[in-house]
Each structure stands twice: as C-alpha cells, then as structure tokens.
Write a protein that binds this ligand. Structure first.
Ligand code: GLN
Ligand code: ZN
Length: 764
C-alpha cells in the first residue's frame, strides 16, 4: 500500500486563533494555562482534519507557539545565558528569545530572526557559545506532542529539525567565535536521547528535516551528513526509523552527501520534478522515496493526472512498497482552509486548494496508485474538469496582454539617454540642493486612518467622504514636510493598506481572499493576494492622490509605486506560467502608471523593490543569473517610458549588495535609497569600487525603533558615508517608510536629519 503523508500543518487555526491567544497572553489578558490549552485544542483540531482527510502519516511537533526552530533551541539547551539567567518560566523564556522581554526588571532583546529559505516565513536563528553544551529538556516537546496525539488515538510522525541543518542555520553568538558545525559531535547524543525517548513512547518513524541539502554547502557541512546518519543507523531499533526530509529545491548537486542507510528520503518534486531519477538511483537498496508532489508553498489545486504520473513513474522504478505520497514541504506556507472563503468567485475558488484541501489531495493520490484510478474516479474527473476550466478561462487568459507582451521592443527596457544626460536635465528642472533630503514614502498610519479605511470598506462612509479624508491627510503631510524643510516631498501613502495589496486590488488578473492568512513570523500573519491570470491595469491606480499632492506642494513631489518583483514575490504567483512572464505583465501595467504620473506633473517617481533580494534563487549560478536577468528587465521595463528629466528612484530595505551588485547597477535607477543605518558604512564601498555613477541615499537612521537619533549622530553617519561616496551623489533619507512610527518621534527625527544635511551643505 502506498501511504500518504504531510510534512507539517499550519498552526494558526481557522480564525488565526493562535495569533489571538498568544497576543492576548502577551497583553496579560489570557493566562498561561489558557494559552497552552488553546494550543492543545488547535493541535488536536489539526490532527483531526488530516485524519478525516484520510492521510496515513500525520506529523506532530510541527506545531510551535512562535517558531519551530525556537522550540528546538529551547529543548536542546541552546538558549543563551542572557535568557536563562532570570529564572523566567519556560514559556516566557521562549517568548523572550522570540520577541524580547521587558518586564519586572528583565530587559533582553530577541534573538535574530531571518527568512526561512526563500519563503516569507521567518525563523529564529540559533546562536551558539564557544563552550556550548547541549542538554535535552527533561520533558521534550516532541515527546509530549507525540503522546498527546496518541492519547487522541492518532499515531503521528514527529518532525525534528535535523542536526546538520540546525547547526548550519545558526551562528556564533555575539562575540563568540565557534563554527557551529564543529559542535556536531557534542550535539549528537542529545538527538540520540530524544529519538530513544520517542521510540519508547511508541513512535515508529520520525521526520528529520535537513533542508539545507538544497543549498550550495561548504564541504565541511556537506561531509557531515554521511557520518552523522551512519551513527543514527548504528542505533538500530533503539530509535524510530528516519525519514530524511529536504525541500524547496533539488539535492542533485549534493547527492553524494545523501545517507544510504536510511528508512526514507523526502524530496520536493513540485519545485524540481527532474531530480527524481537521480535521487532514486542514489537511494539505498531498501530506502523509501517520499515523493513531494502536492505543493506546500502555493494555493493551487494539484493536477491529479501529472502528480499520479510522477508517483507511478517512481513505483515503476522501485516498487509500490518503496514510495510515499507527500506534500512538497510543510503546509505551513499555505492558508488553513478554502472553506472560509465566502466571497470568492466560485469560478476561481474551484482552482484553489489550501492546507485542509491539500490533505485530501495526498490521500486521493495515494489511493489512486494503491487501488487504481477507478477507486477515486469521481475526484479525478472533477479535478480534470477544474484544471481544464482554469487553463481555458477568460480570467486566466487575456489575449490583449499577450499581444502587448509579444510587441515589447529592446528599446522599451532603456531610458532615452544615459545617466549623465538625464541627471543634467533633472537638475535643471528640479533644482535640488547638494545633499537633497527626502523620505521613503509612508508617513505615520494613525489609528484615525485605519478607522476611516475600515468605515469605507464596510460602506459606512461614501467614497467622496473617504477621498476628502485622504486629501486632508495629504495636506497635513505636505504641511509637515514644508515645516521640516525637506527637499523632495511624498504624499504619505495614507490611502494604502499594504504596498502590494493596494496595487493588486487595482489590477485585473488578481484575486483576494478574506481569511487566507499565512504565518510570517511569531504571531504575525500576511494575506497575500493571488495572481490568477494575465495582469493588466484597467485604470490609473495612484494618479489621483499624487496629482492632488503635486497641486498643493511648492517643492517636487515624489510619486510612489511598488515594483513588479515585489508585487509578485508578496503574492501567491501563478504556477502555470513562468514568473518572468507575470513580472513582465506587472511591469507593463506599472509602466503605464509611471507614464500617467509623469503626464500628471509628477517628475520624481519611486518604484520600490524591497523583495528583489529575497527572490534570489537559493543557489548561486545559472538559475540566479537567470532570475536577476528577468527581474532587472522587468524593473527597467516599468520605468523606462519617461523623459530624461523625470527622475526615477528605487528603494531597497537592505544594503548587502556584494553578491549581486551588477544587477543593482543594471537597474539604472537615477536615485537608490537603501537601508543602511544599522549596517557598516563600509558596505557602501562596493559603490566606489564598482565606480557606480548614480545617486544613492543610504538610510541615515533606523525607522524600526521609536528612538529619536540626535543631530550629531546623523552628522557622524553622513560623515562615514562621505568617506566612500561623492558629495554630489549623496541623498539624505531615513532607512525605510515611516508608516509604523508615531508623529512626534517622526518630526523630531526628521528635524535632526534636515539639520544634519544643512550642516554638510554649508561645509561643501
Ligand atoms: N514606500 C514604502 C513605504 O514607505 C516602502 C516600504 C518598504 O520598502 N518596505 O512604506
Ligand atoms: Zn524599505
């Protein structure tokens, strides 16, 4: 019998229940006991969903109150001493590492949080001491949750972060020097202890996640896999059988690191179906292939026909008893259930499948290959119909968009002239001083703004009333900028709920959900819009607000757009056409917007691309170059329709450009603003080394904190920047948008910023 399995289930619950409970706990409105009871209720509910769907192998220990890596840090005794020394109870110590703790005389910052591979989920980075020791929590979460499911009558497969990945994904703590991978030998006994306990509790198999095998790895790390898993194999029946799980990429380049003596190997066959044959030929003689054929990263219904063919091909090769049907990765990256979407057009809803529906999909595929297609004929027929409907739907295919794409010319990617000619024309019309000051776009989004937007969405105020309100907000933002004496104004983005959703809602080809939340980090969830078809712009999206802002400003007003890559990366993309095609469509839509803004008298236009970097493929090489090529092209396509005298800005929330500087330069933006206040000003050296000729605004202060930087601090920062950059190149701006800040601190910080710029203006 071919089994079906799931690598992990979303934790939030049908109504973001976990978010509500944890936030209530943090706010002192829910007791710890009640929080834990709610977490237990959610785990049981999620196991039941999977069981009812007919899934054979259901995961446990995939749950976490905040993050699964953080839970592992705590259970393996890796919490740094600055957290453990206060005698906090385990739950509070855990949250202290996740989000910091400032209460009852304890004041610690959180551990660093970083993106989980190329997903929008963030994990807490383990930090190791030079003299790091490991010690298993006497009551390990993995064992407790296994027992909890067992009591409910479900024998689960616990999920554990693998030892090599755990170390590789971590780093030496603050001033420590340890290379984490050197700790492997010390770490192993704790895994042995945990696995032994799980076996004693009745776990037959465990899923050990080693996703780093999809990266380019240092040889020391790569070479660590085989001996480590040989040691596991040597433990024999003392521990459960191991399913070695990789996902988000292919492992072909690391295939010689794949342990042979192992129960099963899981690979992602949605991202990289072509790796299957190579992986199969590298398996040990009895090793099972866990075939990840149901997408854990996107919301599209599986295509049963192709998924079954894939699984059948594996069966042909190694036999029925050596294949498991699985999700490609954990379903953590998908929303809870499609059943909550009451407002979706039924035509489109029929194309989607969220976590609960994907559970059914793996079960159906397993049944189809075990008992034959006739056993699930109805499901297969319905699926074929909806796949066909999607492929041929008018909502998917817009001939006008395709026609326009086919007519794109090489010159559409280029501005009329080179930068020196452009900047001269821009200087003439904009007449900016040396060290021009500006901001990144948004100004504080006050409670009042959210209230009015809510009222408008609910139909409680008319669109005229809402527009009037927005105009009043813009007036205030303009007035503040006048008083601050900034040089290039922004309108403040009060009308935008979110920088991607706002554009998605105004574009054809997008769909929106009401409940499709996905965990981003801790209790934070995002609700990405979905690209369902060819994208086009039925009408201008931002012109009205920008035009109004221009009409009341005495100084240049910057128009503000979200770039094509960021729109795409922060949405669920289509899986039926390449992402480069979708980016190009977005670029064309934005190009029209840019041209319309220019026609409306907006002569400085910023196209934000904060997601450009996170879209970088996980491995260096051909794939990365290909991505950068189409990403850069789509940005250029979006901004190249304007005159030389119109100034194009772009913005990035990072400054580590070293590994792809050529792409940043190739964007050919007149002005780049980047986040820099917390990084070393030395990072700017790359601009000098590469003789970057255009203008740059490295953020001079951190906007993520309410702290007001002093004028002197900002002067010092600018001084450091001037070591590397030419004065005529340098813009003065904050790190990012000011949306999450309060007005008082914003005004104070910008006053100091403008004064610092004026100081240098005098000097040069
Ligand atoms: N223009 C956006 C803002 O200011 C940029 C946000 C971002 O880069 N994440 O809010
Ligand atoms: Zn930013």
């Amino acid at each position: 019998m071919v089994q079906s399995s799931i690598l992990g289930f979303p934790r939030m619950g049908v109504n973001r229940d976990l978010k509500k409970a944890t936030e209530a706990y943090w706010g002192g409105k829910l007791s710890q006991e009640d929080l834990l009871a709610e977490a237990k209720r959610l785990r049981l509910a999620h196991w039941k969903i999977q069981k009812d769907a007919g899934v054979d192998v259901i995961p446990s220990n995939d749950f976490a109150l905040y993050d699964q890596v953080l839970a592992h840090i705590q259970d393996f005794g890796v919490a740094p001493p600055r957290y453990t020394k206060h005698g906090l109870n385990p739950v509070d110590e855990y949250f202290a590492m996740g989000r910091g703790h400032q209460k009852d005389g304890v004041d610690v910052q959180s551990l660093e949080m970083v993106k989980w591979f190329d997903s929008n989920y963030h994990y807490v980075k383990p930090t190791f001491q030079d003299n790091q020791t490991f010690k298993l929590n006497p009551s390990p979460k993995a064992v407790n949750e296994f027992n909890e499911a067992k009591e409910a009558g479900i024998i689960t497969r616990p999920v554990i972060v693998g030892p090599v990945s755990f170390l590789h994904l971590g780093k030496a703590d603050r001033d420590q020097k340890v290379d984490p991978i050197d700790l492997l030998e010390k770490l192993f006994p704790v895994y042995e202890e945990l696995l032994t306990k799980l076996k004693a509790a009745g776990a037959e198999t465990v899923q050990i996640d080693e996703p780093i095998l999809v990266y380019d790895l240092p040889s020391k790390t790569k070479d660590a896999f085989k001996p480590t898993y040989q040691k596991f194999a040597a433990l024999g029946d003392k521990i459960p059988k191991i399913v070695f799980a990789t996902y988000f990429g292919d492992i072909v380049h690391n295939i010689d690191a794949l342990p042979k003596d192992i129960h099963a190997v899981h690979v992602d066959l949605v991202r990289n179906p072509e790796q299957m044959d190579t992986v199969i030929s590298a398996l040990g003689p009895k090793t099972i292939l866990s075939a990840g054929v149901v997408d854990g990263r996107n919301i599209w219904k599986v295509n049963f026909k192709t998924a079954i063919e894939k699984v059948e091909a594996a069966i042909q090769n190694i036999g029925k008893d050596r294949v498991i049907v699985a999700t490609s990765s954990s379903l953590l990256h998908t929303p809870h259930t499609l059943a909550s979407e009451k407002k979706l057009d039924p035509e489109i809803a029929d194309w989607f499948s969220f976590a609960s529906e994907k559970a059914v999909e793996v079960a159906v595929i397993a049944k189809a290959v075990t008992e034959g297609p006739a056993s699930v004929r109805e499901q297969l027929e319905a699926n074929a119909k909806s796949v066909q409907a999607r492929a041929t739907s008018k909502r998917t295919n817009d001939p006008a968009v395709k026609e326009r794409q086919s007519k794109i010319k090489a010159s559409d990617f280029n501005r009329l002239s080179e930068f020196p000619t452009r900047i001269a024309a821009q200087q003439k019309s904009l007449n900016l001083p040396l060290f021009p000051t500006t901001t990144i776009g948004s100004f504080p989004q006050t409670k009042e703004i959210r209230i009015q937007r809510n009222k408008f969405t609910k139909g409680e105020i008319t669109s005229e009333e809402y527009e009037k309100f927005i105009e009043k907000e813009i007036q205030e933002v303009v007035k503040v900028q006048e008083e601050l004496d900034l040089d290039v104004y922004v309108h403040g983005e009060p009308e935008r709920n979110d920088m991607v959703q706002y554009f998605g809602e105004r574009l054809d080809g997008y769909a929106f959900t009401t409940h499709a939340w996905v965990q981003s980090y801790g209790s934070r969830c995002v609700r990405p819009p979905i690209v369902v078809g060819d994208i086009s712009r039925p009408a201008p999206m931002t012109v009205k607000e920008s035009k109004y802002a221009v009409s009341i400003s005495k100084k240049p007003m910057k128009g503000m757009l979200t770039g094509p890559i960021t729109c795409l990366r922060w949405s669920f993309p289509r899986d039926d056409v390449h992402q480069s095609v979708q980016a190009e469509q977005l670029a064309l839509a934005l190009r029209d917007e840019v041209v319309d803004l220019e026609a409306a008298g907006v002569f400085v236009i910023q196209v934000d691309e904060p997601a450009l970097r996170e879209g970088l493929p996980l491995r260096a090489g051909k794939e990365r170059e290909a991505y950068l090529d189409w990403a850069v092209k789509s940005f250029r396509l979006s901004v190249s329709g304007v005159q030389d005298s119109t100034q194009i800005h772009s913005h990035f929330c990072y400054s580590e450009f070293q590994d792809f500087f050529h792409a940043i330069a190739a964007l050919d933006a007149d002005v780049l603003s980047i986040e820099n206040s917390k990084s070393d000003a030395k990072l700017l050296k790359v601009f000098v080394d590469e003789a970057y000729p255009r203008h740059i605004g490295p953020g001079v202060y951190d906007i993520h904190s309410p702290r007001v930087p002093s004028e002197q601090e900002i002067k010092d920062r600018i001084g450091e920047m001037l070591v590397h950059l030419k004065p005529e190149q340098l813009w003065i701006d904050p790190d990012c948008g000011l949306k999450t800040r309060q007005w008082s601190e914003t005004k104070a910080a910008l006053t100091n910023m403008v004064n610092a710029a004026k100081f240098y203006r005098e000097k040069y």
